[in-house]
Write a protein that binds this ligand. Structure first.
Ligand code: CDP
Ligand code: MG
Length: 690
């Protein structure tokens, strides 16, 4: 089944390479920490952790690294995943006082990484999260006024920039995992660069920018940040044997199970395995299947099977870092979160499905669709590299060598393949009105920017007086930008005042902002359906969600009740937290709270007014057709309306699973839509029929 060859890790220069610093002494390797300032923060970190910190590849380079960063306004740091960039560099800078007393922001593309890295650093500093070290992610703030190291998602820093475009609170911004090129990271590049410039011009304290990446392709970064020198960290990478399948695999999840058991039968138990799959559902079902299979195979060593994805509770996430008990084999099944942002100790084998879930946007249809796509060569190599962190390893690729050859070399930056309406709204709220000429590292195409502007214009957030004028944010647009939400939902919340249903809309938007509150188990489908019937509304999913939340509140958020009703207790609680925060923003915006009680028609009217761009009509064939792009779509099987044929609906999202499915669907009256956006429907030449 397997074809094999050796993977040689990219060769890294041993010494610093720097265009603006000829003659700079090499600092990777070589050591020299005799005169280093005290490493500890406050408190006494335990001896084992201290040892671990000192054993990291970055440690010997520490002093030269600090010296370099101290004198440079911007620097790019490159180092193999696991070398200690994220956990150590912020601590080094703080210990050496490079921040000059102000806070250091370290951005992460993922919530999981922001939280877990922060916990680790707090542990190393022998302190608790929220004191000198903290994190900030959407709807959660674990910092205090004295926090100096703030780990945050890139989206959070972007929101801060709306209120303070010079980022005056910070003296150092570390843009971590830059190679991921998420849409927020890309926008941050421009925003942070502008803040640095502006502070320079206005004589404010210098803003230091450090860009950290795990891949070598950095000329791009360096050029963009005014030829910032690139500092290379010497990594540790052992040889890795790479195996490809002889034939393409039609079911990679199944192939990954087969491959795992091949490894399990052949390799010693202490050698752990990391499997890359694409998403939570896939991972959960693989975990279940593997646990069952391993129970049936009594004669083999025990398997410790751990899932790892963004939506997993933190207590479960940290399990992957724990030592594998003797006689067990650890198997971590992860999304691409384990590609670079998280390093799992003990991994000797990697099984790579070669796929990733990615947002794909089509500017012509205006749709953001989440779908499983092939990884790029760069991503594949990163995944392979995870097998050779501590010793020589093996990577099983669940695709052929020819398929590898066909992969694109680099992942296209997300900004070039997603809906930009949210980002453009944020940029405009920062006072950047000419979004067309914004200094993007890689510009999204003109068509996508125009599509976003059109969407914002239709939502009333942006206005254009004439063709030659620059688009302007309207007062409504400014208020919409205050919410950390897709502009459509921000608008729905603002509109809900007019419809007298602020409380109801807050509940619905909060639930839509978290992971699915319903638990769906294939083997209990009938039972779940009959239990859930009491929440289901013929008006559609949004009202069903509202009913569920109301019932949850009526039992005071009882955990046992959630269990009996197949409700995910953690997710619905998160929704409650999110709701509190959105309610606070509403208060700041001077919104009057109101409730519509049992009569939920106004809630749907309000949804229609915000989601009119997401509407679909029943077609003669019995499918639905979207108004925006004449796409044929169906109602998702999990929807309350799956068996219904309403003439007209609005939906929260579209997903592609073979067919295009609408998720979270509500029945609406075509007249409502016509009323809120007459010119839109006229332009689309759509006659909405009742
Ligand atoms: O950023 P980079 O990939 O260079 O490394 P890092 O995230 O700073 O991780 C350095 C080491 O700290 C890793 O090898 C992990 O073993 C360890 N670590 C951990 O044990 N727990 C965490 N939550 C994060 C890192
Ligand atoms: Mg890192």
């Amino acid at each position: 089944m397997w074809h094999k060859h050796m993977h040689s890790p990219a060769k890294k220069p041993k010494v610093e390479h720097s265009s603006s610093n000829p003659g700079g002494s090499g600092w990777s390797g070589g050591g020299g920490f005799k005169n280093s300032p005290k490493l500890e923060g406050h408190g006494q970190p335990n001896e084992a952790l201290k040892q671990e910190r000192r054993a990291l590849p970055i440690y010997p380079a520490r002093q030269q690294l600090i010296a370099q960063i101290r004198r440079l306004p911007s620097a790019i740091v490159i180092g193999e995943t696991g070398s200690g960039k994220t956990t150590q560099i912020p601590q080094y800078l703080l210990e050496a006082g490079v921040n000059g007393g102000a806070a250091i922001a370290i951005t992460q593309p993922r919530r999981v990484a922001a939280v877990s890295v922060c916990q680790r650093v707090a542990q190393e500093k022998n302190t608790t999260v929220g004191t000198s070290v903290g994190y900030r992610i959407r709807f959660e703030d674990a910092t205090s006024s004295s926090t100096k190291l703030i780990f945050m998602t890139d989206g959070m820093l972007l929101r801060e920039a709306i209120l303070d475009s010079k980022l005056t609170k910070y003296s150092v911004i570390v843009l971590d995992e830059a190679h991921e090129r998420t849409v927020h990271t890309d926008v941050l590049f421009g925003v942070v660069k502008a803040a640095q410039n502006c502070r320079l011009k206005t004589g404010l304290k210098l803003l230091k920018i450090i860009v950290m990446s795990a891949t070598m392709d950095v000329d791009h970064f360096s050029r963009y940040f005014n030829k910032a020198p690139v500092l290379y960290l010497e990594g540790r990478q052992f040889p890795i044997q790479v195996m490809h399948t002889a034939e393409p695999q039609s079911d990679y999840a199944f192939s990954s199970v087969v491959t795992l058991f091949k490894i399990h039968k052949e390799a010693p138990a202490r050698e752990d395995v990391l499997i890359f799959l694409t998403g939570q559902d896939e991972i959960d079902s693989a975990v279940k299947q593997l646990r069952q299979l391993s129970r049936d195979m009594q004669d083999l060593p025990k398997l410790l099977i751990l899932p790892l994805y963004a939506a997993l509770p933190p207590q479960q996430q940290v399990k992957v870092f724990e030592k594998t008990p003797p006689g067990h084999r650890k198997v971590v099944i992860a999304t691409n979160v384990a590609e670079t942002s998280i390093t799992i100790p003990g991994i000797k084998f990697v099984i790579d499905c070669g796929k990733v879930k990615a947002k794909v946007f089509n500017a012509r249809t205006g749709l953001d669709i989440l779908r499983v796509v092939n990884t790029s060569k760069a991503q594949t190599l990163q995944r392979t590299g995870r097998a050779g962190r501590e010793s020589a390893g093996t990577c099983y690729r669940l695709f052929t060598e020819a398929q590898f050859g066909e992969m694109s070399s680099n992942t296209v930056p997300e900004i070039q393949r997603c809906n930009l309406s949210s980002v453009i709204l944020q940029l405009m709220a920062m006072g950047i009105s000419d979004v067309m000429t914004f200094d993007f590292m890689d510009k999204p195409d003109r068509e996508s920017i125009l599509a976003a502007l059109t969407e914002l214009e239709l939502l009333g957030a942006v206005e254009k007086i004439s063709e030659s004028d620059m688009p302007k944010l309207t007062p409504l647009g400014k208020r919409m930008a205050a919410f950390p939400l897709d502009p459509k939902y921000a608008k729905i919340i603002l509109l809900s005042q007019e419809y007298g249903c602020v409380e109801e809309v807050l509940t619905i938007v909060s639930i839509l902002s978290v992971d699915d509150i319903f638990i769906n188990q294939m083997n209990k489908r009938d039972e779940i359906q009959s239990v859930r019937q009491k929440f289901v509304s013929s008006e559609g999913d949004h009202i069903t969600l509202l009913n569920t939340f109301r019932a949850f509140k009526s039992v005071n958020g009882n955990k046992a009740w959630c269990f009996e009703n197949f409700i995910n207790y953690r997710h619905i609680n998160t929704a409650r937290e999110v709701r509190k925060q959105l309610r606070d923003i509403c208060s700041c915006q001077g919104i009057q709270f109101s409730s519509c009680g049992k009569d939920t028609e106004n809630v749907r009217k309000c949804l229609a007014a915000g989601l009119f761009l997401n509407c679909a009509q029943l077609s003669k064939q019995g499918d639905f057709t979207t108004v925006s792009s004449r796409l044929t779509v169906s109602i998702h099987p999990a929807s309350a309306l799956f068996h219904c044929k309403p003439a007209c609906v609005v939906y929260s999202e579209l997903i592609k699973l073979g067919k295009n499915y609408m998720r979270n669907v509500s029945v609406v009256d075509p007249e409502w839509l016509q009323e809120v956006a007459p010119s839109y429907f006229k332009q689309k030449k759509v006659h909405l029929m009742t």
